[in-house]
Design a protein around this ligand. Structure first.
Ligand SMILES: NC(=O)c1ccc[n+]([C@@H]2O[C@H](COP(=O)([O-])OP(=O)(O)OC[C@H]3O[C@@H](n4cnc5c(N)ncnc54)[C@H](OP(=O)(O)O)[C@@H]3O)[C@@H](O)[C@H]2O)c1
Length: 259
């Protein structure tokens, strides 16, 4: 299938590693130029260079914190600098670990800014670029935890649920401007973040820990790969998914326990 993405510009936050890097690589494989962002300058610069070398596309790194207004503006400016965005994937995010009784207000606000305000600010700024180019697509990377919480991370669950709702509200507004908005809710996707957590908890036995997690949660009894998720995301943002508007799609190996 030709995804009709050659020459398009895709902006992916959190594109230096894990899921975001997988999505950026999958866009580049289809001939799209990418703007990838992360806070760690060396990592995002290295990732962009590797994408440009491997796929022969333009890959622009932006080192900024998406949980701030200035960090988002730097990304909007970088996208404008290569002709304007056609696609935006709001991906940067991270898990949490707390109880409601003990977590301070600041922690709630930090995660709100990272998971929700980044999507608000970036979709607002990038929509003008997409409209000027005749339309576009946006994808919110929420989580299965937006609808099926894990007990140890109430702040993550709550802010991802807010992102899911934001995507729905945004969709109704944006489709009038020719921009499709959808949300993806991944289950267990194997990333360096998961591997580091497993190493911290279990040392040399970290691989069997990941298997235990998969056995407990996912019907398919394994983690997904970043490539498996990325292919789905890239299709959803492509013109070939032109009738998919305002929906949430689970990519979770059977982890969701409801219909
Ligand atoms: N892995 C899973 O099983 C899973 C499942 C469901 C949903 N998700 C969601 O998928 C997204 C990616 O997760 P992942 O597992 O790929 O995580 P990851 O491997 O830790 O990568 C996170 C990326 O986001 C960047 N980032 C984090 N905070 C940022 C900030 N404030 N500003 C800019 N960039 C920031 C990181 O770079 P820097 O640290 O250098 O900034 C990195 O590039 C997250 O939103 C996560 O909640 C993951």
């Amino acid at each position: 299938m030709d995804l009709q993405l050659t020459g398009k510009v895709a902006v992916i936050t959190g594109g230096s590693k894990g899921i975001g890097l997988g999505i950026a690589r999958a866009f580049a494989r289809e001939g799209a130029h990418v703007v990838i962002t992360a806070r760690t300058e060396a990592a995002v610069t290295r990732a962009a260079q590797a994408i440009a070398d491997e796929f022969g596309v333009t890959a622009v790194p932006v080192a900024s914190d998406v949980s701030t207004a200035e960090g988002c503006q730097a990304i909007i400016d970088a996208a404008a600098g290569i002709g304007g965005a056609d696609i935006f994937v709001s991906n940067a995010g991270t898990g949490s670990n707390e109880t409601v009784a003990e977590a301070p207000d600041d922690k709630w606000m930090d995660f709100w800014n990272l998971h929700v305000m980044a999507a608000v600010r970036l979709s607002r700024g990038l929509a003008d670029q997409m409209e000027a180019k005749g339309g576009g697509a946006m994808l919110m990377n929420a989580s299965i935890c937006a609808v099926q919480p894990l007990w140890y991370e109430p702040i993550y669950n709550t802010t991802k649920a807010a992102l899911l709702m934001f995507g729905k509200c945004l969709s109704t507004e944006m489709i009038k401007r020719g921009i499709r908005v959808n949300t993806v809710n991944p289950g267990l996707i194997r990333t360096p973040d998961w591997e580091n957590t497993a190493r911290e908890l279990k040392g040399d036995d970290w691989q069997s820990y990941l298997q235990e997690v998969a056995d407990e949660h996912a019907d398919i009894k394994r983690f997904g790969t970043t490539e498996e998720l990325a292919d789905f995301c890239v299709f959803l943002c492509s013109p070939r998914a032109s009738y998919s508007v305002g929906s949430a799609y689970h990519v979770d190996g059977g982890m969701l326990k409801t219909v």
